[in-house]
Design a protein around this ligand. Structure first.
Ligand SMILES: *[C@@H]1O[C@H](CO)[C@@H](O)[C@H](O)[C@H]1NC(C)=O
Ligand SMILES: *[C@@H]1O[C@H](CO)[C@@H](O)[C@H](O)[C@H]1NC(C)=O
Ligand SMILES: *[C@@H]1O[C@H](CO)[C@@H](O)[C@H](O)[C@H]1NC(C)=O
Length: 294
């Protein structure tokens, strides 16, 4: 031949080699949809290569395609499309993992290749649990919480005040500029360091991720003025005092005397002889008493 040894070897090597490729090494789908993990054979000369798929979750590999059969987690929910693509027909949240397509071609010089694919199954958030304090004295701190733990990727949170989204930073909005809150979109906490009367409103929270969003029902947070509360309390005390004094006065003047009298008059005949047995409902008691009377 007229070629140098190295270039000849390289050409020979390329022909007799198994080489894999994929159209997407980071596919995603929503839960209950179908998704394909593409594994294409770019070059091979072996007629019946051995194809295997492994799922790697938390560093632990397990077979999902072995000896031409779908097994393990994917049994009954997946199939192989020629040459080596894995098609999951009804993805679940537990399918989020790394998958490795491995092809062994015994008669090729480079007889093995593998390709790693990271699959993400997105899960729409469920309705978040929201905690809104019902009434808060003006000028004190208040914390509104929102939690949702099903969504994948992890939910982010938005808060709404009277159906209007609360901006992440109050300084960016003329409407909220005097409000004392900080909003944490990662944890879902809306924290006021000192509430104003103006913060009285209906609040609700939305948990969202790439798969969708869910909201909790609106809840009212009422802000009350401590001074007004004191005035109301003072008025109540005065009213109660007046009533008490009035009652004492009326008692001393004997307004209750006649009422007491009628009470006694009414009860008197009930205690009289020969009346008791009529009122007794129990039969045994009745007989006993009647015989006693006779
Ligand atoms: C997908 O799986 C879920 C349970 O994992 C089941 O409720 C649903 O009916 C399945 N959907 C299809 C189209 O098979
Ligand atoms: C607070 O009150 C002022 C004046 O009463 C009003 O202009 C402003 O819009 C209120 N803030 C919010 C967040 O509603
Ligand atoms: C915010 O506070 C400033 C200064 O006290 C006041 O001039 C302004 O009207 C307030 N804005 C709102 C929206 O309440």
């Amino acid at each position: 031949g007229s070629c140098f040894f190295l270039s000849c070897f390289a050409g020979y090597f390329n022909v007799l080699a198994v080489i894999l490729k994929t159209t997407n090494d980071a596919p995603w789908a929503n839960e209950f949809e179908s998704i394909e993990l593409s594994c294409l054979i770019e070059s091979i000369s072996t007629k019946n290569p051995r194809i295997e798929w492994k799922k790697i979750k938390d560093g632990e590999p397990s077979y999902v395609y072995f000896e031409k059969k779908i097994s393990g987690d994917l049994e009954g929910r997946a199939r192989i499309r020629e040459p080596a693509t894995l098609v999951i027909t009804n993805a679940t949240r537990s399918d989020s993992a790394s998958y490795r397509c491995e092809v062994s071609a015994q008669t090729d010089l480079k007889s093995f290749d593998e390709i790693l694919i990271n699959l993400v199954i997105r899960v729409k958030p469920v309705v978040p649990k929201c905690a809104v304090p019902k009434s808060v004295p003006v000028g004190t701190a208040a914390e509104l919480r929102c939690v949702e733990d099903q969504g994948f990727p992890k939910s982010q949170y938005q808060w709404f005040r009277n159906k209007e989204e609360i901006p992440d930073d109050p300084k960016t909005s003329s409407k909220f500029i005097n409000s004392s809150y900080t909003l944490n979109a990662e944890t879902g906490t809306l924290k006021f360091s000192a509430v104003r009367m103006n913060d009285s409103a209906e609040y609700f929270c939305r948990a969202k991720n790439d798969a969708g969003h869910s909201e909790c029902g609106p809840q009212t947070m009422e802000i009350y003025d401590i001074n007004i509360a004191r005035i109301i309390l003072g008025v109540l005390v005065v009213v109660l005092l007046c009533i008490t004094v009035g009652l004492c006065f009326a008692y001393k003047r004997g307004y209750f005397a006649s009422q007491k009298q009628t009470g006694n008059n009414y009860k008197a005949p009930a205690k009289g002889e020969g009346v008791d047995y009529v009122r007794t409902e129990d039969e045994g008691d009745f007989r006993h008493k009647s015989s006693f009377v006779i």
